[in-house]
Write a protein that binds this ligand. Structure first.
Ligand code: MG
Length: 390
């Protein structure tokens, strides 16, 4: 997220009680491959470079569920919704109004597989139209039945299935929601229709199906298994110890009687981890993306290298599964700082802490790390990437 005013914002509606899908928790908080539906839906918007900020509308009483599902994501504060979906959307738009967005994408938390292609299509359409809707053709023949008996065949010409996100110029849709508050309209495009806003149809995506019934969770798991593959990457780095009074490891500053030497802040652990992420997408190495010869990186905090690698991975529609860092040194002692290191990496990568591991070992006083001449780090990362990524 680059800015929090103007631009295109995402609003994820997760304010339903979600009982139809069964289960102990409301469906928007049920997990697919370890991630709640609502988190996946919000992340799809967050990970798109053209979306500046995202907020989620939640049901009253769901604050703790939301925090557990989405606490690791850099989202705006959640908005507590109202009795009907339409009320929830209006309250969400009112909350976003403080940021003066130009455009808003209103998305249903129950549609977890939102691709960049669909977002691109919607944003494109908004250059010429105040609204845009992803649609799919109706392929099956439609029938009207009365009391279980087929009565007639419905002409499907001109009929489409509507998906979300539904995208709008912000002020017109906010005003429409205010004006038609309390009317039972099924979606945001229906409100736009009432307000006379034209809405362009753009190509939807079969993968953007809505998770409604219990069987949809199986379909979602199957989609994830078939459309994504897991890739791994590894990284290794060494920096020399020299004069100084602290070292920075995993983004945490640790007082020490020596310092790590290097062009940036010499955070050997974040450098190894950056290379691991780049390795997972086979996109070169840290030296290629941030040449040590470039004066811009003199003394630079290494979190930006790591964040950049994560952004490259996400720009391919990928998601980080887990990361694991091993620091190799005799001193300083890592254990007292381990949890702070995990928390800092989790923050940089917008991952749950449970998916971040930091370990340390010595080399029994052997070799350059054993003699205290330098610190080494190695890292691994696993990521899920769309199989069509090449
Ligand atoms: Mg390095």
């Amino acid at each position: 997220m680059n800015k929090t005013t103007g631009g295109a914002f995402g609003l994820v509606v997760a304010a339903g009680q979600g009982e139809r899908a069964g289960g102990a928790v409301p469906k928007q908080y049920r997990r697919i491959a370890g991630e709640a539906l609502v988190a996946r839906a919000a992340r799809a918007l967050l990970d798109h470079q053209a979306i500046d900020a995202v907020a989620v509308v939640i049901a009253p009483g769901h604050e703790a569920l939301y925090q557990e599902a989405c606490g690791h994501l850099p989202l705006l504060d959640p908005v507590v919704g109202g009795a009907e979906r339409q009320d929830s959307v209006r309250l969400g738009l009112e909350a976003l109004a403080a940021h003066a967005p130009e455009k808003v994408l209103i998305h249903d938390a129950a549609r977890p597989f939102l691709s960049r292609v669909v977002i691109d299509g919607l944003l494109d359409a908004l250059t010429n139209s105040p609204g845009a809707l992803p649609v799919l053709p109706v392929v099956d023949t439609l029938k009207r039945a009365v009391d279980g008996d087929i009565e007639t065949t419905v002409d499907r010409a001109g009929l489409f299935r509507a998906q979300t996100p539904q995208a709008f110029h912000f002020l017109p849709i906010l005003e429409a929601h205010r004006h038609y508050a309390g009317e039972a309209l099924t979606d945001d495009v229906a409100i736009a229709e009432r307000a006379g806003l034209s809405v362009a149809a753009v190509a939807g995506d079969e993968a953007l199906f809505k998770v409604t019934e219990p069987a949809d969770f199986e379909r979602a798991a199957r989609h994830l298994a078939l459309a994504f593959e897991t890739r791994i990457g590894s990284g290794y780095d060494v920096h020399r110890l020299g004069e100084g009074n602290h070292v920075t490891l995993c983004g945490v500053k640790i007082p020490h009687d020596q310092g790590l030497l290097g062009h940036s802040d010499a955070d050997v652990a974040l450098h190894a981890l950056t290379d691991a992420l780049l390795g997972a997408i086979a996109d070169g190495d840290i030296g290629q993306h941030f040449p040590p010869s470039d004066p811009r990186w003199r003394g630079a905090a290494s979190d930006r290298f790591l964040a950049h690698a994560a952004a490259l991975l996400r720009a391919r529609g990928g998601e980080i599964v887990n990361v694991d860092v091993t620091l190799i040194c005799e001193r300083p002692k890592i254990t007292p700082h381990r949890e702070a290191m995990r928390a800092r990496i989790a923050e940089i990568l917008a991952l749950p802490v449970a998916r971040v591991s930091v370990k340390a070992t010595t080399t029994e006083r052997l070799g350059f790390t054993g003699r205290g001449e330098g610190i080494a780090a190695q890292a691994s990362a696993a990521a899920r990437l769309p199989i069509d990524n090449g």
